[in-house]
Design a protein around this ligand. Structure first.
Ligand code: 13P
Length: 312
């Protein structure tokens, strides 16, 4: 059952968060919906412009719609992650998305407000909600690299003005996470003082945590033991940090990197341990299974297990 993103985020505010997972291909769509069904949790399915270019927007969204028919009990929303106007117009025009993200966080405050407000007007006309971003996260997101020097935290005072002036429905904030597999190499972690202040200025308003992957050291070690060469110093957002962030207003936790690492681990180990194999679906089935299990751990961490019932 498709519901609006705003419905999900307003409902869970302060109590639990919804996992928002970026999908790129069929095994991920199925793995995600299986997990949502098994743990009766609401989910947000996300597609980036990169994913839409890879599979083709219609192909990608059609897979999600096929999953909707296959798993009719699953409560989900479909979100365009990190869009700019050209993608957003396409996503809104298609009538298939429940929300879009306008990422004008790299612009000045004034230009970010202007671009976001224009998207909000266009989206709200069609009943679609808008996530905006204020502050800049470091790291790698698909094909975009932001250096640590260019990143900065969200200003709580600006966050209030920004939400008032744009009319956006949720706000992605920069409070110490970064995108990609190389986060927190400096060990700084989440900035709870900033998050708390933003939450106080915007009570009841859904906040979004990008860069929500955990980057499990055990997974990195297994990848490297199976021939990978990934840096082992980085760590992601710790479970304890996520738990602490939810009562402070984080309603949506974005996850992409952990699934990419999982894919790498499953496939590297598969080809190392079964060198006689050459059947893509054998490895694909293992990935789907591992994917479902891993999303199950995220659902539990965010407190979303069993919460699909709140939307029936
Ligand atoms: P990770 O890189 O931590 O998975 O974050 C993904 C994300 O924020 C997508 O928008």
């Amino acid at each position: 059952m498709k519901v609006t993103t705003a419905t999900l985020l307003n409902q869970c505010y302060g109590r639990y968060a919804v996992p928002a997972v970026n999908v790129f291909f069929m095994e991920e769509v199925i793995g995600l919906f299986r997990a949502a069904q098994h743990w009766a949790a609401p989910i947000i399915v996300q597609t980036t412009p990169f994913a839409r270019d890879y599979a083709g927007a219609d192909m990608l969204v059609s897979m999600v719609e096929a999953a909707e028919r296959t798993f009719p009990d699953v409560v989900f929303a479909l979100h365009l992650d990190h869009g700019v106007e050209s993608h957003i117009t396409g996503a809104i025009g298609s009538g298939r998305y429940t929300s879009v993200m306008i990422d004008a966080s790299h612009d000045s405050f004034e230009r970010n407000v202007k671009r976001t407000a224009a998207v909000v007007r266009m989206a709200h006309e069609k009943g679609i909600s808008v996530e905006a971003e204020l502050g800049i996260l470091a790291g790698v997101e698909d094909d975009l690299l932001v250096s640590a020097e260019k990143s900065f935290y969200t200003s709580p005072a600006q966050a209030l003005d920004f939400v008032r002036e744009t009319g956006c429905d949720s706000l992605a904030i920069a409070v110490g996470t970064s995108h990609g597999a190389y986060k927190f190499s400096g060990g700084q972690g989440l900035q709870f003082d900033i998050l708390e202040e933003i939450g106080e200025k915007l009570p009841g308003f859904p906040l979004v945590l990008h860069g929500g992957s955990n980057v499990q050291s055990g997974v990195i070690k297994r990848i490297n033991a199976a021939g990978g060469k990934l840096g082992e110093a980085a760590r992601g957002v710790q479970d304890e940090e996520i738990r602490r962030a939810i009562p402070l207003g984080i309603t949506k936790v974005n996850i992409a990197t952990d699934m990419r690492l999982l894919w790498t681990m499953v496939n590297r180990e598969f080809f190392r341990d079964r060198p006689e194999e050459f059947t893509p679906t054998t490895a694909g089935a293992l990935y789907m299974e591992a994917y479902t299990d891993y999303i199950g751990t995220k659902i539990a961490l965010l407190g979303a297990e069993g919460k699909a019932a709140e939307f029936s």
